[in-house]
Ligand binder design. Structure first.
Ligand code: IFM
Length: 459
């Protein structure tokens, strides 16, 4: 038996029978075919040359044309579930108003294709591709955005509520608000701290209203997805650590748990905004119980005092406006190609902290994975680093289950090499290699590993 198989079977033996394994993607990162939908803020961002390697919305992975191939790959992987997102401008080309029959039909076929292969659909309503018309109204800082989101949710729920196993309102609202509005790292690139906080609140209000719509359609498995992590610092940096922990983790969990906006956050940010828009009825709407919480975990956030600042993507003090002490980000080696420290033990800490902060809520790891260089030898993609990353993180996740954490599933990020947002196609997270010149898909060693794990548990 090869070492790869032995490790996969070791994990299979640790896995509870009802645990879900899946793979994840998002619409803008894989779909391509932008001419058959409306425009999103990411199209504008890409067209303005803001993506490092010049990648554009097309062709991406041409998934709209090749979805049958991708469904067959999911079948070959033997996953239980597939997590994908719906492109808002594909379903409602101008953001509000009439839905596109062509757009809905695409997701209809995708969902039926999953069900025909006995794969549970996990649908994310919003994974960052906001229609440009809504951004022109103010985007996530606009008062009306949560109503537009509720209307969009209603269209999806009317069409798909009978066939979706997991509904998720948002993916990583911290990224939408702070990379897109507080800074200009992501689309729409506002670069205004106060807008970041406003967007953060409106995203959560949109979550609350969307959840209400899903409930009106009798949806019973609705949740949301946050990118949570543990913030590591020495005691001299306790004030900065607390602030960063609030912005990264607690703000979202506090709102979901009905604890409102932290007084520490309000105090630390009083020179930026007065938070006068916070409304008790809206807080009540946001804190209605969810059926599950998704955690996207990649790396810990390790703080230090020493310059130089970290070169890790997305680790930047401007993303945490109001931090009361100057700090830098100091990821320790080994790191991935994103500069992200590899530390599976922080996944365990994150799971423990989250279950304490949002009790009685089943958890799923909805994304986990790494960007690594691929070694292509004789047509085989030997991504040993990624195999090792999955092995250590899945093992930690399963150990957390054995310790009593209510963790119910794990989704690998990502099914395919895709457009890694502002980093473009040069940072590769896929378990399946994609040749962007001809769209040839080649499963990497990590895909074989996850397949062996899935076959092992089903034996
Ligand atoms: O590619 C992204 C994904 O869209 C959201 N979570 C993090 C991934 C890696 O950066």
């Amino acid at each position: 038996m090869s070492e790869l198989t032995a490790k996969a079977l070791e994990l299979a033996a640790m896995t509870p029978t009802d645990f879900i394994f899946g793979a994840a993607t998002s619409s803008w990162q894989i779909e391509g075919n932008s001419s058959t939908r409306g425009a999103s803020i990411w199209d504008d961002f890409a067209n303005a040359g803001r993506i490092k390697d010049g990648a554009l919305a097309d062709p991406a992975c041409d998934h709209v044309s090749l979805y049958q191939t991708d469904l067959d790959l999911l079948s070959w992987l033997n996953v239980d579930a597939y997590r994908f997102s719906v492109s808002w401008p594909r379903v409602i080309p101008t953001g509000s108003g009439k839905a596109s029959a062509v757009g809905l039909d695409f997701y209809d076929k995708l969902i039926d294709g999953l069900l025909a292969r006995n794969i549970k659909p996990s649908l994310t309503i919003y994974h960052w591709d906001l229609p440009v018309e809504l951004e022109a109204m103010g985007g996530w800082t606009w008062d009306g955005i949560s109503e537009s989101f509720a209307e969009y949710t209603n269209i999806l729920a009317e069409k798909f509520s009978d066939r979706i196993d997991f509904w998720s309102t948002l993916n990583e609202p911290w990224v939408s608000a702070f990379l897109g509005y507080a800074t200009a790292i992501h689309a729409p690139g506002r670069n205004d701290a106060a807008s970041g906080f406003r967007a953060a609140y409106n995203l959560m209000l949109a979550h609350g209203k969307s959840l209400q719509v899903l409930r009106e359609h009798s949806v019973k498995n609705a949740g949301t997805v946050l990118n949570l992590t543990s913030i590591i610092a020495t005691s001299e940096l306790a004030a900065a650590q607390e602030h960063i922990d609030i912005l990264q983790n607690r703000f979202w969990l506090d709102l979901l748990a009905g604890r409102g906006v932290s007084s520490v956050l309000i105090e630390n940010t009083k020179h930026i905004l007065d938070w006068d828009f916070v409304d008790q009825a809206e807080l009540d709407c946001i804190s209605k119980p969810i059926d599950w919480l998704g955690i996207n975990y990649y790396t810990p956030t390790r703080l230090g005092m020493a310059a130089p600042a970290s070169a890790a993507v997305g680790q930047d003090l401007a993303l945490y406006p109001g931090t009361p002490q100057p700090i830098s980000f100091n990821p320790l080696p080994p790191t991935t190609e994103m500069g992200w420290e590899i530390d599976a033990s922080s996944l365990l800490t994150t799971l423990q902290q989250t279950s304490a902060r949002l009790p009685n809520t089943p958890l799923y790891i909805t994304e986990n994975g790494g960007a690594f260089p691929d070694h292509i030898i004789d047509g085989k993609v030997l991504d040993f680093d990624r195999v090792d990353y999955f092995y250590t993180h899945i093992k930690t996740a399963l150990e957390a289950v054995a310790q009593g954490i209510d963790l119910k599933g794990y989704f690998a990020w990502s099914l395919l090499d895709n457009i890694e947002w502002a980093e473009g196609i040069s940072k590769k997270f896929g378990i399946i290699h994609n040749d962007f010149s001809n769209q040839k898909r080649t499963p990497k060693l990590s895909a074989e590993f996850l397949r062996e794990l899935n076959l092992g548990r089903k034996r």
